[in-house]
Design a protein around this ligand. Structure first.
Ligand code: HSE
Length: 435
């Protein structure tokens, strides 16, 4: 049987998972592919730490150039983490004619345009199934299964750590820090969880999904990103009373009426999702992406978006495809640009309904002042809750607002925040109606 030589760069949790399952499921892979996927070299700065399983010592090197220079390595797997060194590694691999598999969402979000330009020029494919939603095969779906579709929208829960934290806050009443510590202990969060919490891990994945779906490489500067750091237990409870769950949602949408050079929406933020929508029931570390194509209609992808085994499953699926690509060259080198879409709608122009929670002094006329400002900005109110319970000198006032452009909502929020009767900065969250 023909042997395909693989070099793994970065031998942390995911690298070990890839090695473990390549060895453990060797027979099945050989039967399915008619090829033998053999790890020839592993590069990592730490080659003495014991791993389970532990590869033979002679496979290890501390210098990634050894993978590039080894003629027996035909496919490299980039699992290093960070951006600068992985970028050098991936570019060097493409220059050397080696197929690249990467799970690095930050690398692709920041440098996808250059990487795929070189891949197309050299006619060497780059595979990246594990870079978005871990074990959920959304990349292959976008590249292949939806080829007949204009993608109307994608709504994704694509950061397992945030979803885990929000779920534990909702279901077990945990505080934010406690829920984050649990997610870290379970290995879901990144080593530095900042990007999980501030929305950018999900944003990197949203950039990849949007770029694939809409055929231009989306620039991180053009999208809107908010994390879950300011979502409180109080918001979660009010949302539940109103019939919603709060989720960190990536929303990617096109305008159905547009036909050429169309703008798309790409945004990541905590969102009130109606309890009746299937995404409201996606809990814990699970990811889910609802994709609406103009031909296929609604589809749903669900599974583990983080963790050693789920991510290894995606990496190995890329290795299998890469091995087949060595035998049968293909026209798609990872990303195919086209000219139907071409820009992102500025967030000020994005229209959504809103949830607004205020801490106000309980005295006559307060509601009138607030509704007056909303009315000046032509923002309609769909419901109001003002429980009698006081928090120190204030009462909570929760308003559900009809759809309005973000720019008008920002103006209204600023004016409301400046009122003497409003005691803390307003909490404003978007509501997704899935219309
Ligand atoms: N930290 C990520 C998450 C894992 O929580 O989803 C993979 O991107």
């Amino acid at each position: 049987m023909r042997q395909i030589g693989i070099g793994i760069a970065g031998f942390g949790t995911i690298g070990v998972g890839v090695y473990k399952h390549l060895v453990g499921n060797r027979r099945l892979l050989e039967e399915r592919l008619g090829l033998e996927l053999t790890v020839k070299k592993i590069a990592d700065l730490d080659i003495t730490r014991p791993r389970t399983p532990m590869p033979p010592a002679e496979l290890f090197t501390t210098d990634w150039h050894d993978l590039i220079n080894d003629p027996e390595v035909q496919i490299v797997v980039e699992l290093m983490g960070g951006v600068k060194i992985p970028y050098q590694f991936v570019m060097a691999a493409l220059e050397a004619g080696k197929i690249v598999v990467t799970a690095n969402k930050a690398l692709l979000a920041e440098h996808g345009k250059e990487i795929f330009a070189v891949a197309a020029e050299k006619r060497i494919p780059v595979f990246f199934e594990a870079a978005a939603a871990g074990g959920v095969p959304i990349i292959k779906a976008l590249k292949e299964a939806f080829v007949a579709n204009h993608i109307r929208s994608m709504h994704g829960i694509i950061n397992g750590t945030s979803n885990y934290i929000l779920t534990r806050m909702t279901q077990a009443g945990l505080g934010f820090e406690q829920a984050l510590a649990e997610a870290q202990a379970a290995g879901y969060a990144e080593a530095d969880p900042t990007l999980d919490i501030n929305g950018w891990d999900a944003a990197h994945k949203a950039i990849i999904l949007a770029s694939l779906a809409y055929g231009f490489w989306v620039d991180g500067k053009d999208i809107h990103v908010e994390g879950i750091q300011n979502v409180t237990a109080t918001d979660i409870q009010f949302a539940q009373k109103l019939g919603y769950k709060i989720k960190l949602l990536a929303v990617i949408k096109s305008d159905e009426s547009c036909t050429e050079n169309c703008p798309i929406e790409v945004r990541v933020h905590p969102t009130l999702v109606p309890e009746s929508h299937v995404l409201a029931s996606v809990n814990g570390v699970f990811n889910a992406i609802a994709v609406h194509g103009d031909v296929v209609g609604e589809t749903l992808f669900y599974g583990r978006g983080a963790g050693q085994d789920a991510t290894a499953s995606a990496v190995i699926s890329d290795l299998a495809e890469a091995a087949v690509a060595l035998e049968t060259p293909r026209p798609n080198f990872g990303f195919v640009p086209h000219g139907l879409y071409g820009s992102c709608t500025p967030i000020e122009e994005v229209v959504t309904p809103y949830y607004m929670r205020l801490a106000v002094i309980d005295r006559p006329g307060v509601l009138a002042l607030i509704t007056g400002i909303l009315s000046e900005e032509s923002i309609g109110i769909s419901s109001v809750i003002q429980p009698e319970a006081h928090e120190e000198e204030t009462v909570p006032l929760v308003l559900m607002l009809h759809a309005a452009p973000q720019g008008r909502m920002n103006r209204a929020t600023e004016k409301i925040a400046a009122l003497e009767c409003v005691k803390r900065p307003p909490q404003v969250l978007r509501v997704e109606s899935f219309a």
